[in-house]
Structures are given as C-alpha cells and as structure tokens.
Design a binder for this molecule. Sequence first.
Ligand SMILES: Nc1ncnc2c1ncn2[C@@H]1O[C@H](COP(=O)(O)OP(=O)(O)OP(=O)(O)O)[C@@H](O)[C@H]1O
Length: 340
Amino acid sequence: MIEIKDLTKVYGSGVGEVKALDHVSLRVRKGEIYGIIGFSGAGKSTLIRCVNRLEKPTSGSIKVNGQEITSLDEAELRASRQKIGMIFQHFNLLSSRTVFDNVAFPLEICGLNKKEINEKVIRLLKLVGLADKANAYPSQLSGGQKQRVGIARALANDPIVLLCDEATSALDPATTSSILDLLKDINRKLDLTILMITHEMKVISEICDSVAVIEKGKIIEEGLVIDVFTQPQHPTTRRFVQTIINTDIPDSIKERLLAKGDGQIIRVSFIGDTTDKPIISTLVKQYDIDVNILYGNIDQIQDTSFGMLIIECMGAKANCQRAVEYLQKQGLRIEVLKNV
Ligand SMILES: Nc1ncnc2c1ncn2[C@@H]1O[C@H](COP(=O)(O)OP(=O)(O)OP(=O)(O)O)[C@@H](O)[C@H]1O
C-alpha cells in the first residue's frame, strides 16, 4: 500500500545543511498498522510529512497504492491528499466551528450537497463515539474527544491510508488507550492502512503489526512487532523495548553467575504457544536433573505471550547438556549463562 524507496530529505544547504532522512526504504502492507518509532529529531515528522507531500523529498520514491507521489503536480496532489487522511498531536481543529462543522469541512470542499454531508457526518460521529457532541465547540471537549473529531474528519473523504502524527502524545494513558482502541477498531472495520509515528513504545505494542526504528534519518531496525520486541538487535531498539519490557538479567542473578557452584544456568526465552508446555517437569522427569527456577517473567504483546525464565540445572553434565538440547528442540531460545 505504501512503498518508500531510498527517500532522502535534506533541509537547508551548505554548512547549515541537515539530512533529516537518509535513504529510507520501507513497505507498509494493505490493512496493516505500521509504527515508526524514534527519539526526538530522528526524522519521524519529516518522513510522515513527505508521505502526504507537506514536505517535498530531496530524492527517492514514495508510492501510495501504486501511485508515485513525489512527482505529482499541484492538482494531482490535491486529489491524492483526499485519499490520505492525517491526524495530528494537537488535533488542528477549527475552533470557531462546531464538531459537526469540523467533520463537514473536507466534505464541503469536495462539493457534496447538504444531505450527503449530513448523512456522512452523522455516520462518522457515531463511528468515533461522538454522536451526542455534534453541536459542541472544540473548547468544550476533552483531549480524547478532540482527537476523535480529528479522526472523524480524517475519515471524511474515505481515505485509503491514515497517517497519525504523534496522535496520542498529548493524552493521558487511559485516553491514549481508548484512542488506540478506536484506531484499531477503524483499521479492522474499514480495512484501513495506518502509518503512525510515535516516540512511545506503548503505542507500538498496543496496536501496531509492524515497526521501524528510525535514528538520525536512517531505519536501523524493522520487522513484525513481536519479532522486534522479543529479539531487538540494535542498542537503540533495545532501549525502546526496555521501556516496557524488562529483558535485563537481575543483579542478584548476575552475582550468582560469577559465584562458584555446580549448576548450569540457562536463560530460556519463549514466544506464543510454547509457554503452555510443561517444560520444567519434563526436564526433571526425562533427564534426571534438578531444576531451580531463579527468575521469570511473562509479557503479552497484543495476543501473543512471551517471556523468559532463568533456571539452574543440577545433575550430571551429560544430562544437563541433553536437557538443553531438548529445550532447543521445543523451539525455545536458549542461552547458557553459566556452564557446569
Ligand atoms: N524545516 C526544517 N528546516 C531545517 N531543519 C529541519 C526542519 N524540520 C526538521 N528539521 C531537522 O530535521 C531533523 C529531523 O526532524 P524531525 O522533526 O523530522 O524529527 P522528529 O523525529 O519528528 O522529532 P520530534 O519527535 O522532536 O518531532 C532534525 O534535526 C530537525 O532539526
């Protein structure tokens, strides 16, 4: 649905030159929610603003639904923008217009008649749960309600893509969750492709299917959310993951790794169904070893559970090794932290 290739954006020139995007390539599939995460100044806003051509890329290609948008003229751009909805961190509502009239605005520009506008606005306000606020003004709404108006307005022209620019950054955690639920609901009901930028890993973990991590204008890691969360490769990705999942080995275990002792200490990481298997009792029964659980945690990303156990296996060396092989065969990720 969105295909970005070698996208580069340079602001300014000479000594003042800033390379905000540096050969960025990524692909967003139809119907998916794709998150781009990065620290301040990483290039997120520039990237999303290039996709709807609020910024003109310096070089590279951006295709939305097969149409190259970097080379559109003004008229073509206006038509293309109708198919790309956008919501903003600070909502960007028109304060002198009611909720109804804010949502009606893009439809008026398109030349729909009053009856069509009325029907559509009412349907959209119902979709975002604001049917009873049609006559309110933005100043009379909470932040979450304002963003619901922003979402309804962005959907008015039946876009094929919705761009979200830090859409929940100005909201408290409970309101953030309700807006994310709404976006997920809309994504499912309308099969709408969503591209969102954020600096919050919570946003990515709650609703995104795929994620790209951007740093200094470059994509440094990309993949399905569950893969990136469970096996982050780049140190920056690890920092983001660490904000919501503790993958560190606790200090008390680190001390134990250095201490003398006979046991073999293993970190077992698991994803999905493998968590249902009685692996510990199998180790004890089949391999004639004692198993001591030193540490464990389980997290949930959307519908998939994953986590890690740090266990100590005590027994004959050969039996401990066979136990490790058994665990590996179960599709578990095994790291031997301390050998027998
Ligand atoms: N109009 C501009 N002129 C010059 N430099 C710019 C302009 N817009 C952005 N930049 C620079 O480009 C780089 C990327 O900025 P961008 O706003 O895309 O980052 P960001 O990841 O969205 O950051 P934030 O989360 O703080 O909004 C930064 O170094 C920024 O200073």
